[in-house]
Write a protein that binds this ligand. Structure first.
Ligand code: ATP
Ligand code: BTN
Length: 320
């Protein structure tokens, strides 16, 4: 209802309570309540006796009604849970998935206080980035779930290319880099049994409008934002909507035709393939030339003339 109300107010004119109530088929008291709720969400709405309501300013948040406005998705973001602040959207998404929320539910936060990277690492999540998680329930074998991290990276690669002319590289298995610096990290978590997935949470963190000074210490050399790359502020809402649409397209294609489309994007824009790399997995390490991405998403290393597939771990580049 708030989305529809916002749609009406976007005309920038005064609209009377009566007209809104007729358009939306709700009482004038209900209109008044929804207007107040929009105000609480940070929208600035003027109300004048005899004239009605007029939208003065949108808020800067990625609120559900704004995300839904004009969004061309069939499956994703039908349910949206928005937090001004939370620990981690992946943790929230897990709680919500346990309550049987449908596939495609989007959990988004303006700011995370305990953003999680892989292996429980810290993920810096200032309010200028995009931090969100999507609940998926694919009927695929659990061993194929890591393909979804690469799929999410591939969809963002394409979105950044099409919308912002940014050429990002996919660093296997879960990052997107521009000029060797991380612009996006992906954390995929799963609940399932041996042969069946209950749900997968894809957590995506995109550095959007952070300044150079926001990245200090270790991050000063390893992290970058879209604003730093483009030299201008990026519309977080537009980016999120375009990304959700592309991600859904990739996901639906994945369900129907498998991993090949996402795989191709990852190979064509790989940061890893063609380099000598070391993969650290538990207390073991393996060094070899990264030669390909398997049909199943594995990174294939050539070690002593033998091709070996790796399904997880940390990759460190040693050069060509
Ligand atoms: P790998 O190459 O194996 O992915 P990694 O060092 O990139 O290893 P990840 O677990 O993928 O590790 O990512 C977590 C790391 O990302 C953290 O240790 C931190 O250095 C870095 N990091 C934290 N917040 C951000 C951010 N907002 N943008 C970019 N990098 C970040
Ligand atoms: C990594 O590179 O290690 C993955 C980082 C993933 C960060 C995102 S931000 C949204 C979601 N919520 C989290 O706590 N983590 C992921």
């Amino acid at each position: 209802m708030k989305t529809k109300l916002l749609e009406i107010l976007l005309n920038g004119q005064y609209t009377s309570g009566q007209e809104i109530s007729a358009k939306l088929g709700i009482s004038r008291t209900a209109v008044w309540k929804h207007i107040n709720s929009l105000k609480e969400d940070g929208y600035s709405i003027e109300s004048q006796f005899g004239k009605g309501y007029r939208l003065l300013h949108m808020n800067k948040y990625v609120t559900p009604e704004k995300v839904r406005l004009g969004l061309k998705c069939k499956l994703f973001a039908r349910d949206i849970i928005h937090f001004h602040e939370t620990g981690s959207t992946n943790e929230e998404a897990k709680r919500i998935a346990e309550k049987n929320y449908p596939e495609g539910t989007l959990v988004i936060a303006e700011k995370q206080n305990f953003g999680k990277g892989r292996m429980g690492r810290y993920w810096q999540s200032l309010s200028t980035g995009l931090w969100f998680s999507i609940i998926l329930k694919p009927s695929i074998p659990p061993r194929d779930a890591p393909q979804l991290s690469l799929l999410a990276a591939a969809a963002l690669q394409i979105t950044l290319h099409k919308e912002f002319h940014i050429e990002a590289k996919v660093k296997w298995p879960n990052d997107l880099l521009v000029d060797n610096k991380k612009v996006c990290g992906i954390l995929t978590e799963m609940k399932g049994e041996m042969d069946r997935i209950n749900y997968v949470i894809i957590g995506i963190g995109i550095n959007v409008n952070q300044e150079v000074s926001d990245f200090s210490g270790e991050l000063a050399n390893t992290a970058v934002s879209l604003k730093i790359i483009k030299g201008r502020e990026i519309d977080r809402l537009l980016l999120l909507q375009k990304y959700l649409e592309t991600l859904e397209e990739f996901y639906l294609d994945f369900l129907e035709n498998g991993f090949e489309r996402a795989r191709r994007v990852c190979v064509e824009n790989s940061h890893t393939i063609g380099n000598i790399v070391t993969i650290y997995f538990g207390d073991k390490e393996h060094t070899g030339k990264a030669v390909d991405l398997g049909r199943d998403g594995a990174l294939i290393l050539k070690i002593n003339n033998q091709e070996i597939s790796f399904y997880g771990g940390e990759v460190s580049l040693k050069g060509k």
